[in-house]
Design a protein around this ligand. Structure first.
Ligand SMILES: [Zn+2]
Length: 196
């Protein structure tokens, strides 16, 4: 790690995802752009024990450095596609996954979700070809949106700052939770907007 403060921030936000139920102990990943390089969480890391010295520093051009998250190529593809983006967060928010298993885009029911997103695109990538196909598929979806859900897997969010990527992550999960609760209540609004 070349910049201690940036590394501290990345670890802090990655831990918050775990603390707030947006990831389990080892799921998800996060990265930041630092000039012409990317700093990313390592493959197989645990949010509870990760330290800044474990982060992997890799060039934006070329293949990911050894030890980087399996999603590193996807993160690099997002930075190459979106010059305005300086942070990418991947999380496994359970409500976002659960309400989009149909494969249809998520249309938020609530005011904030509608204000920020209108519609959250859902990308379907067969599990068996995930590592090969996900960089192009997810970077393509994030070219036009700051958030995209991969069906059955989780959310990718990007932003100008780490804080904004975190904000979009939390907001999508909140909207998905509201949709889930609406569905449980017996009201048909979520079904009519998202399932029919
Ligand atoms: Zn994942």
């Amino acid at each position: 790690m070349s910049d201690v403060d940036d590394g501290d921030d990345l670890v802090r936000y990655y831990r918050w995802l775990r603390s707030h139920g947006l990831n389990d102990s080892h799921s998800g990943n996060a990265s930041i752009r630092v000039a012409d390089r990317m700093v990313i969480t390592p493959t197989g890391c645990c949010a509870d024990t990760l330290t800044p010295t474990n982060l992997v520093d890799t060039a934006l051009e070329g293949p990911p450095a050894g030890g980087a998250s399996l999603d590193a190529a996807l993160h690099l593809a997002v930075y190459r596609t979106r010059p305005d983006v300086n942070a990418v967060i991947h999380s496994h928010g359970p409500h976002a996954i659960a309400v989009t298993l149909s494969g249809r885009d998520l249309v938020p029911l609530d005011f904030e979700g509608q204000y920020y997103f209108k519609r959250v695109p859902v990308v379907n990538i067969p599990y068996e070809i995930y590592v090969d196909d996900s960089p192009v598929a997810v970077a393509g979806a994030l070219a036009k949106s700051n958030v995209a859900i991969v069906r059955g897997h989780g959310l990718y969010a990007c932003g100008e700052t780490l804080d904004l990527a975190y904000k979009w992550t939390c907001s999508v999960e909140s909207s998905a939770r509201i949709s889930w609760l609406n569905n449980l209540s017996g009201d048909k609004t979520h079904r009519e907007l998202n399932w029919l």
